[in-house]
Design a protein around this ligand. Sequence first.
Ligand SMILES: Cc1ncc(C[n+]2csc(CCOP(=O)(O)OP(=O)(O)O)c2C)c(N)n1
Length: 638
Amino acid sequence: MIIQPGELLAQIHSPADLRELDQEQLLQVSQELRQFIIDNVSIYGGHFGASLGVVELTVALHYAFNTPYDQLVWDVGHQAYGHKILTGRRELFHTNRKYQGLSGFPKRNESPFDSFGVGHSSTSISAALGMAVASQYKGENDRQHIAVIGDGAMTGGMAFEALNHAGVANANLLVVLNDNCMSIDPNVGALKEYLTDITTSRTYNKLRDEIWNVLGKISKFGPNAQYIASKVESAIKASLLKQSNLFESLKFRYFGPVDGHDIHHLTAVLKDLKNIPGPKILHCLTVKGKGFALAEKDQTKWHAPGTFDKITGEIYRVQYDKPQPPKYQDVFGHTMVELAQQNDKIMGVTPAMPSGSSLNIMMAAMPSRAFDVGIAEQHAVTFSAGLATQGLVPFCNIYSTFMQRGYDQVIHDVCLQNLNVVFCLDRAGFAGDDGPTHHGNYDIAYMRCIPNMVVSAPMNESELRNLMYTASLPDQGPFTIRYPRGQGVMPEWRTPLKQIEVGTGRVIQEGEELAILTFGHIGNYAVEVCKKLKKEGVTIGHYDMRFAKPLDERLLHRIFQQYDKVITVEDGCLQGGFGSAVLEFMVDHQYQVQVKRLGIPDAVIEHGSQQQLHHDCGFDSEGIERTVRELILQPVKV
Ligand SMILES: Cc1ncc(C[n+]2csc(CCOP(=O)(O)OP(=O)(O)O)c2C)c(N)n1
């Protein structure tokens, strides 16, 4: 079903069309754009509240600036639906996040208006500053560079690093701080409180517009007057805000806060800011979910609600007639509470993903022992390391893809000191519709090469619980447990907690023709294949290896002596992953067996359902079965 745009939106095929309109028409454009987003997301799914919150900002930015010559960088990019719709992708928008359709995030090869590929947070200021310095170097002094960053993304270390650099780079950079007090969950930390203080300073807010007007006039008297005016302005801001303004201390000129839903004022302010050189920040106040009452009320639920009835607000859920297996993340969340009740050393840490990781279950049950530290993966890792030095056992839950941010900390702060930090890597393997920026493809390879690190993956809920229990026992050292997005396989998942001997696999079934070695949840595909082939009288061995490091060498010796053909299966990159570990074992012990590795190839895998992508990469049940048949038919090469 193709959604029809409103009258004005229908005429906008690019921001150049938008800029032809009168400023008075922008209100209607905003209303139509908001409606178009609601209509589409309700039917096709995707991120919701964030894009609704920046509708006016999106229209104003494209109206005031000469995009794409002026470069607009969206931080994270989950709020850029309005941007996509205004920049020539309206007619394709129903394919957003669908297999082979538009990406859910800005992407350089999708449009010249997407100046920078995003997905992970807090990159926008660095990227826009790089562009601004490049323009300065090339003498393109009329070019504007704008980073739009949320208050959540502003808690990330990179954002501070970039502000620190930009303040002295003297390049033409505008940072638009989209402050809605929300990350996915409510935003946390001292910066959030600082922003609230500015926003609620009544005296400052009363005088703010007057300062702006006076400045506008003084600026006409030349650069020296402008310099003096800016000093006066800073002094007024500092005294009224009772402390020096954080951004001004970093040599940014701070403007705002402004109402991010007042399209006319916003457009006027942005046009004025074009004439102010150097680094500047515009503090915009917006409401996440603006214009859709339920999304304004429960902003976490409506961050990415799935499909829904736009009239009643009912979020559609598939109904099942029998109990379903839980999501792995919920098994993690409930098991954390269970473990922590038995062991007072256990703590929980998440960088800004309490509901995504289900650590919110522990945060509610034991608020003094579970922490949301903001979008700060590096800090989350080293903070956990600090807890571990004091004999506590932190479970640091980070999505596999975001763990990439904290890699040096894993090596330098945790592994070199052999600290007992448990890394629970959620969304390992394909993330699905979020696409390549969010796929957790690399963790097996990047964790496996670090000394002291254990790398494990459960094939079902019970195994996840047992691995978590094992990792919580004394002196385990750094311990990674990776598991995918979505459901496991055991509706009855509350099994008794049992210790697993580190570095031991499980025999799922013994066989004759060939052995399949799997790592993690995708082992369930192999179970299906084995069942099917058994009916044809073909018995193959299946081993759930559980650990990519240390490998179960005893089991591997037996397998390499017993079978001529081995298939390894993993939902991680083939380069350096689990299959590579098995090959290293084979070479090191001089076995000569035919090995076929199935996993993620050395390529950027676009978005699509997990099932679809497993299929494309040839390691769903169909792909495994095909490989088994090919290998069985092939004569053994020695
Ligand atoms: C490095 C990294 N960690 C975590 C996330 C997950 N994430 C996506 S959006 C988001 C919240 C962003 O909040 P904010 O920047 O305030 O934008 P809003 O959604 O409020 O508009 C988070 C934590 C991410 N994209 N990147």
